[in-house]
Design a protein around this ligand. Sequence first.
Ligand SMILES: [Zn+2]
Length: 363
Amino acid sequence: MKNAASFLLQSLRRMYSPRLARVLTTTLPLAGLCAILALAPSARAQAKHLLIYTIDVEGGQSTLIVSPTGASMLVDTGWGGNDGRDAKRIEAAMKDAGVTKLDHVLITHFHTDHVGGVPNLVARVKVGEFLDHGENREDSDITRHDYAAYLKAIKGTPRRIIHPGDTIKIPGLTTIVLTADGEHIKSVPGVKPEPNPYCASEPKWTLDDTENPRSAGVLFRYGKFRFLDLGDLTKAKEIPLVCPDNLIGHVDLYLVNHHGMNLSNSKAFVFAIHPRVAIMDNGAHKAGMPEAYDTVHASPGLKALYMLHINETSDAAHNSPAPFVANLKGGSDGNYFKVVADSNGSFSVLNSRTGKTEEYPAR
Ligand SMILES: [Zn+2]
């Protein structure tokens, strides 16, 4: 009976908002819940969705991907310390998605807002394997420290070094590595490279010698739905992916590079990938910069730009309207966006703060 009830709760969560699912399960008898599921197209059909959670880790990255088969991957772990705050927020998203372990954890690069949360995470959650771009390349004490702490924390868990062109086996999805350790893929299977008209006016960017341009970046495909997450890749490494030819094609959902920093988000890149929806994982006082905001906001075909936080250091013209912001000034933090995608390319975005969902139909 307990199993049946938890199955129903999970099914309802996939169909409705977590809040509504909770209300339904606490107010209706089991027979009533069964009737709701029977009236719906079917719980099994509803469960056939890709789930993506952009978790609020206060200006770092942590993105949970759960395939229609229930396989899971976490991209980055947020910050360390803070009494395990970011690991707890990851666990909350996992609970909402109905997963109890992480099959893969990809560390895009070894900056503390991405890898810092690993020790707290492994203390709370079982991980199948860690994926990363290989050894730390940045000559700084903090990064050396975080890389050493990472190696120590993952001891005993399989680690795989990934390269452009590698695939990550997540049943139900096609997942391919586009960038890693400063290298990039030369062509993406199934994508015909197209000339990019925005290359001609793009300035030449100099390469920074940090871990950012080493970011491991991944393209996720579920049927016609396409989601791009390139970590903190900077402009000099964005351009080879889209100039002179766009190797990636268009995407439905773009996790804005580098939390919306101006070092990333070149116009030739953002306009070429032509996102329908972008989510910026900025903090209240970190990233979400006006120039990057303007570039993404002006991207042709963009329907919405979501932000994990109001940028408190910016103005109203460079902040999205409140319904598209997960965490407002003065409110409680930790709200996330939950994307539910269908293989036909349609998807929805739930703002966990408001409980409201926006729908984006198939192209
Ligand atoms: Zn970062």
